[in-house]
Write a protein that binds this ligand. Structure first.
Ligand SMILES: [Zn+2]
Length: 157
């Protein structure tokens, strides 16, 4: 075995991300950063994270997961994705981008910011300024691309 900082509770990379954000590296925080910063970039709910942590054997309750996410958002490490539907997603705060929302799968995909051109925006009401723009494009599979479900309704006998 080689000496390494990597453990089931968080990689060396997660450790440096937390250190850079000035956050204490608890086992739970390391595991959360590890999951969120995986490739491809992930959008996960607090419940998804909690399940993933449980399967890694990382300690902590769901309310502690929420606590960690709140702290991560405050420090600018993670952001809450403003999205449609009931799920609240979190992602590592990287480059500005927008999202596709796949309705049937309740899942998000990134859209690079440069791919969306906004022509005109209303001015912010007096006393407010624009803090950011988030575009969410709701998408669904086209009929021809639909998988086995496409034959739904066809009688077999
Ligand atoms: Zn995203």
């Amino acid at each position: 075995m080689t000496a390494s900082d990597d453990s089931p509770f968080g990689s060396h990379r997660a450790r440096s991300i937390l250190a850079e954000a000035g956050l204490q590296a608890t086992r739970q925080r390391l595991a959360i950063v590890d999951i969120l910063s995986g490739q491809p970039p992930r959008h996960v709910s607090a419940e998804d994270l909690f399940d993933a942590l449980q399967s890694r054997g990382a300690p902590g309750s769901l309310s502690r997961v929420y606590g960690s996410l709140k702290r991560f958002c405050e420090t600018g490490l993670v952001r809450r994705v403003p999205a449609y539907g009931n799920t609240v997603w979190y992602e590592m705060k990287g480059e500005d981008h927008h999202h596709f929302y796949i309705e049937e799968e309740d899942r998000l995909l990134d859209i690079p910011a440069g791919m969306i051109h906004l022509a005109e925006l209303p001015p912010a009401p007096p006393g407010y300024e624009l803090a950011g723009i988030d575009v969410l494009c709701r998408i669904r599979r086209t009929a021809s691309e639909a998988g086995p479900g496409a034959s739904r309704g066809a009688q077999t006998r």
